[in-house]
Design a protein around this ligand. Sequence first.
Ligand SMILES: NC(=O)c1ccc[n+]([C@@H]2O[C@H](COP(=O)([O-])OP(=O)(O)OC[C@H]3O[C@@H](n4cnc5c(N)ncnc54)[C@H](OP(=O)(O)O)[C@@H]3O)[C@@H](O)[C@H]2O)c1
Length: 297
Amino acid sequence: MNTTSLLGDKPVNRIGFGAMQLAGPGVFGPPRDSDAARAVLRRAIELGVDHIDTAQYYGPDVVNDLIHETLYPYPEHLRLVTKVGGRRDEQGGWLPAQSPAELRTGVEDNLRSLQVERMDLVNLRLMDSAASGDLLAEQLGMLEDLRREGKLDLIGISEAGADAVRRALELVDIAEVQNSYSVVNRSGEDVLELCMQREIAFVPYFPLGSAFTGGPAQLARDPVIAGVAQRNRITVTQVALAWLLSRYERMLLIPGTTSVAHLEENMAAADIELDERDLADLQNATQLGDPMASAHD
Ligand SMILES: NC(=O)c1ccc[n+]([C@@H]2O[C@H](COP(=O)([O-])OP(=O)(O)OC[C@H]3O[C@@H](n4cnc5c(N)ncnc54)[C@H](OP(=O)(O)O)[C@@H]3O)[C@@H](O)[C@H]2O)c1
């Protein structure tokens, strides 16, 4: 199995890092242990991570500040990917920030906090997957303006249903779709299939089932996943990640963790190939539904 793939035109390792969990509880405020968060980021780069997914509204600013403090000057091939479309209130509540002007501010806030002149990719994080055609055109038009101004290279879309992805593709080049998807949540299979047909990178968030809803503990409780793990002498999280990698050659993973040991375990999944029996068994893994139904980002 190839361990590298493409994000738009940019070669990246298929396992990257999702930085959301590095903020404090509820993705709000500073982490309990900033040194531990920095150690995870440093180890990620040592292990070959060249794709970090973040957002200025994680913290807010906390996660981008940690990335900047720890990794700047950034390695030449590190791809920094963010998302815009949301903001936080003073209690950590998640609010939409979907107007074109707010999207511009969102991109500029990321450039400021990461201290870069250009983002490698910016995802438009929709708050309503049935977004109206007019608003979507204005939103993507704003990202396209920012691209022409040199503030971002590639445009992605997140939390988008198949219709929204199709409409977006008519409006601009889409380099990534970032939706919730995992071995225990295949509710967005139609969007994955669309990405396969159009050869667009698919970046599943909550690849391990989401910290908000109990995370990998749910994987371990599933007898099918636990059985495949035992047979292959790997962990249940590695089963979940290897299953995702097997689905599509442009599936790019961004598992999140606050632990160096978990990071090492997750990165090792790049070399695991599940066989036909494993994949057939995993067809019967319990489906828990979309964790976003009970969580927010
Ligand atoms: N576009 C969007 O709307 C959106 C929404 C949510 C997330 N995201 C992105 O997707 C990334 C991934 O999402 P996520 O981090 O919430 O979900 P996740 O990767 O499915 O799960 C993270 C949880 O799994 C645990 N974990 C990770 N590796 C483990 C291992 N090897 N063994 C045991 N537990 C492990 C983590 O705890 P420990 O810290 O203890 O390891 C954490 O609780 C985020 O960082 C963010 O960049 C995007």
